[in-house]
Design a binder for this molecule. Structure first.
Ligand code: AMP
Length: 274
């Protein structure tokens, strides 16, 4: 497994590979089985897998969240080596953004709701760094977790417009036995809050079991209140799976989305409900 830090080194490494398809898995490190599942999907579909580890400051809207973001580079590299990753790119901010070419993209309503509403500028930051990575790496496939479902939709929209040759592949959310969605941020939960956090998936599955199109507003309220029993919720919303609108045809695919805080740690999750 090659580990590179500089763009120049990355370009050199890319020039040497004559592989027909590159799979790309962007991460912020502190890796877990959620990341590994995307790497496995990439290894299955492509013949050269590149993982980036980069905590992207431009997507953090809260300074302390950025400062507290967990880091474990040594362990990450061991894990990536075990997974059979071909190349890991761990750039630093200055080097990566030095020759950034800014793009102008309207994400329509996709970044106005859910995470976009709560974390202003978050998705612009995600797109900025992916624009750099896609440009540098030019993968055939890029893999994104449904854990961050809104991010997956936005990246798909962005790639369709600017990088139509890159296929964006979603991977299912990997969960702890308790149902809690795996996340690097879970490491910041106290034992007590980790125990409580099981409740998030329970509320989502309650929503799925009780979903009735015409009563979805009442159900959102009930689920929000259920989250309030053990955490400080920001939202619980039921929205279309393809455009995140919340009105229209009941025969379309619907998902439930939740964001809540436990002991200062902000957790998000979502599931398909029909
Ligand atoms: P992050 O390191 O949190 O930026 O995540 C990197 C990628 O891993 C993103 O595409 C995430 O959606 C994905 N990911 C994070 N957690 C999970 C999970 N529990 N299951 C599947 N994918 C995940």
């Amino acid at each position: 497994m090659q580990i590179v830090n500089e763009i120049q080194e990355l370009n050199k490494a890319l020039a040497l590979i004559s592989k027909s398809s590159i799979g790309f898995v962007p991460t912020m490190g502190f890796l877990h089985q959620g990341h590994c599942s995307l790497i496995k999907a990439s290894k299955k579909k492509t013949n050269f897998t590149i993982v980036t580890i980069f905590i992207n400051p431009t997507q953090f809207t809260n300074k302390s969240d950025l400062e507290d973001y967990p880091v474990s580079l040594e362990q990450d590299l061991i894990m990536l080596n075990k997974e059979g990753v071909d190349l890991v790119f761990c750039p630093n901010f200055q080097n990566l953004f030095l020759n950034e070419k800014m793009i102008d993209i309207s994400l329509e309503q996709l970044d106005k709701v859910l995470e976009g509403k709560e974390r202003k500028g978050h998705f612009e930051g995600v797109i900025r760094v992916l624009n750099i990575f896609f440009n540098l790496i030019n993968p055939s496939f890029a893999f994104f977790g449904e854990k961050d479902y809104q991010q997956y939709l936005i990246v798909k929209y962005f790639a369709n417009h600017f990088y139509p040759e890159i296929k964006i592949i979603p991977g299912p959310t990997q969960r702890e036995l308790s149902g809690l969605a795996m996340s690097s941020r879970n490491s910041r939960l106290s034992i007590n809050d980790f125990e409580k956090s099981k409740g998030i998936f329970k509320v989502l599955t309650f929503c799925k079991s009780n979903f009735e199109f015409n009563k979805r507003k009442e159900l959102e309220k009930t689920c929000f209140d259920m989250l309030s029993n053990f955490s400080i919720p920001e939202y619980f919303e039921i929205r279309h799976a393809d455009d995140l609108l919340n009105n229209g045809n009941q025969n379309r695919k619907w998902r439930a989305f939740a964001a809540t805080r436990l002991g200062g740690v902000r957790l998000i999750d979502n599931i398909a409900i029909n």
